[in-house]
Write a protein that binds this ligand. Structure first.
Ligand code: ADP
Ligand code: MG
Length: 393
């Protein structure tokens, strides 16, 4: 990686502002998945051991620039205290004289969690005055929030104008593994793209066609491609204004010699529900009143072979409506084969990661990306503002 990391800088006795991604899912004020907190622990522990004064900053949800107790980081402070076996105090705000005062009382090795950075409008606006207020709090900036690196906000990018700016270990890991996949992949290299965000993923597919040997398209994505190729998809979810683009991506794949696998059979249902009546049909036989909610067994078999032959696999987007057990077979089958691959396997995307975690196979993957939107933009080949802002080696 060509960016400096926490290893390249002296932090002893310094006030270190660490932007982490503690945007965890909450239900009734309780954290339902603490993966993001756990993923940031190596950087936090390292900084404590080095004698830094560790100031943690994160967003949580979308409070739209105003204080809202619903999005307070209190539950995170509690969970973090348990994980670090020490009391992590939380400040009442993320900037301002009181926060500055509180920081001035910190000792080497202390940890302080700031309140949600998005309680201030200046955060998402990357406002120059707000950036100055943040920069006053610290001597060094560490960005470990890969999941927010695709945003040019005050705490993810702006602050780097004023302070030495380096990557944390999670950021480094994400950039190294996914960077290697795009620049020096092991071959055969297969990408699996599914899910429902067709328009968001078109550019990802276009970019990946320049890198991969094999591209598998499944899930809701596949419906738009199959329709673009002239198949009647009944009531399936498709994006009508993307049919032409889908068709030309199929042509590009052929021109570039990329093997493209689209479903040959589908699980169709009479409605979008967990208990919908369903059956397997070949592509081309989807009735007017049916919708495709999963890939079929012939498709699974085709994909299995291609995936097992690969040395590197990137997967983004479930193969079907995995939230309903009846339509989770495709996703679970693909998760099981990806877990068998002798090579590097990378899973990115919020729902894809949830599906792999649900299947119990998450620990069999080489890398589970913590950033949904960020990993997509990275795979599109875009430069992430939060990464660009960091100091070069
Ligand atoms: P990710 O978060 O991994 O990037 P997306 O957000 O693009 O993935 O898509 C995930 C969603 O796609 C899931 O909620 C899943 O139910 C839905 N989905 C998958 N296949 C289909 C399908 N055939 N029809 C409708 N929705 C689908
Ligand atoms: Mg999603």
């Amino acid at each position: 990686m060509d960016k400096k990391t926490v290893r390249d800088i002296d932090v002893r006795g310094k006030r270190v502002y660490v932007r982490v991604d503690f945007n965890v899912p909450l239900e009734d004020g309780k954290i339902t998945n603490d993966t993001r907190i756990i993923s940031s622990l190596p950087t936090i522990r390292y900084l404590i051991d080095q004698g830094a004064r560790v100031i943690l900053a994160s967003h949580l949800g979308r409070p739209k620039g105003e204080y809202n107790p619903k999005y307070s980081l209190d539950p995170v402070a509690e969970r973090l205290s348990e994980l670090l076996h020490r009391n992590v105090e939380k400040a009442g705000d993320s900037v301002g004289p009181q926060v500055k005062e509180r920081i001035s009382l910190m000792q080497d090795g202390d940890v302080l969690l700031l309140e949600n950075v998005r309680f201030h409008k200046g955060e998402e606006k990357n406002d120059p005055e707000h950036i100055k207020q943040i920069a006053e709090l610290a001597d060094v900036y560490v960005n470990d929030a890969f999941g927010a690196a695709h945003r040019a906000h005050a705490s993810t990018a702006g602050i780097a104008q004023y302070l030495p700016a380096v990557a944390g270990f999670l950021m480094e890991k994400e950039l190294t593994i996914m960077g290697k996949a795009l620049s020096h992949p092991e071959r055969p290299f297969t990408a699996i793209i599914g899910g429902a965000k067709v328009s968001d993923k078109m550019e990802v597919i276009e970019n990946l066609l320049n890198k991969v040997d094999c591209l598998i398209i499944g899930g809701g994505m596949a419906n738009t491609f199959l329709a673009g190729l002239g198949n009647d998809m009944g009531k399936s979810l498709i994006e009508p204004d993307k049919l032409q683009e889908a068709k030309s991506l199929v042509d590009h794949a052929a021109q570039k010699g990329v093997r493209l696998l689209l479903p040959v059979d589908l699980v169709v249902a009479d409605r979008f529900a967990a208990d919908a009546a369903h059956s397997v049909v070949d592509v081309g036989d989807v009735a007017k009143d049916r919708m495709a909610l999963d890939i079929g067994p012939k498709t699974i078999a085709l994909c299995q072979k291609a995936i097992l032959d690969s040395k590197m696999v990137i997967w983004n987007g479930p193969m079907g409506v995995f939230e309903f057990d009846a339509f989770a077979k495709g996703t679970n089958a693909i998760a099981a084969v990806v877990a068998e691959v002798k090579g590097t396997t990378i899973v990115g995307g919020g729902d894809s990661v949830a599906a792999v975690e649900k299947s119990g196979l998450a620990n069999r993957m080489t890398h589970i990306s913590t950033g949904g939107g960020a990993s997509l933009e990275f795979l599109e080949g875009k430069i992430l503002p939060g990464v660009a802002a960091l100091n070069d080696k």
